[in-house]
Design a binder for this molecule. Structure first.
Ligand SMILES: NC(=O)c1ccc[n+]([C@@H]2O[C@H](COP(=O)([O-])OP(=O)(O)OC[C@H]3O[C@@H](n4cnc5c(N)ncnc54)[C@H](O)[C@@H]3O)[C@@H](O)[C@H]2O)c1
Length: 145
């Protein structure tokens, strides 16, 4: 059994991941401010900490738990919202991520998983996916994830 922190664990991807981790017997801590996430999606076996990823409390929680794995999924993931309010998007997705990464360094977390977006590569055609990923980035949107 390992200790895992999942940020954004009450969201779309996170809630499925939490379900899987609980199923394999891991101790799962979720950091989520429930801004878009839903408590009813969360497996009751997970420990929910309703916190903002930009907060000192979230950072201190990670250093207290000292997990072996942090999966960072908490994000403002609405593309339209990121265009309407890029400053808020930047604050959550960049400063929030920085706060989580600093806490991971403090807690000596050995593995961090971060989900970006295929949008950083621009329009990708199925058969040339890997050659495009190796060649260059070409963001198709403002969303800075
Ligand atoms: N869904 C997809 O198809 C897809 C594809 C590629 C990448 N991603 C990336 O994966 C990640 C998760 O995506 P998702 O679809 O599960 O999104 P989601 O919106 O369902 O989940 C995000 C979670 O983060 C939480 N959250 C938002 N701001 C927060 C904050 N400041 N502090 C704490 N929690 C906060 C929300 O409450 C929510 O539960 C995002 O980074 C997204 O860009 C998603």
């Amino acid at each position: 059994m390992k200790k895992v922190v999942v940020t954004g664990g009450a969201g779309f991807i996170g809630s499925h991941l939490v379900q899987h981790l609980i199923g394999q017997g891991d101790e799962v801590h979720v950091i989520d401010d429930l801004s878009t996430g839903k408590i009813e999606l969360l497996n009751p076996g997970a420990k929910l900490h309703v916190l903002d990823i930009r907060s000192n409390d979230a950072a201190e929680l990670i250093t207290a738990i000292r997990p072996s794995l942090v999966v960072h999924l908490a994000a403002q993931a609405d593309v339209q919202h990121s265009v309407l309010d890029p400053a808020a998007d930047l604050d959550i997705n960049v400063n929030g991520t920085l706060n989580i990464l600093r806490a991971c360094r403090e807690a000596n977390v050995s593995k961090i998983i971060f989900t970006s977006t295929s949008g950083v590569y621009g329009r990708i055609f199925k058969n040339s996916l890997w050659s495009q990923i190796r060649s260059s980035r070409s963001p198709s949107m403002d969303y800075p994830n």
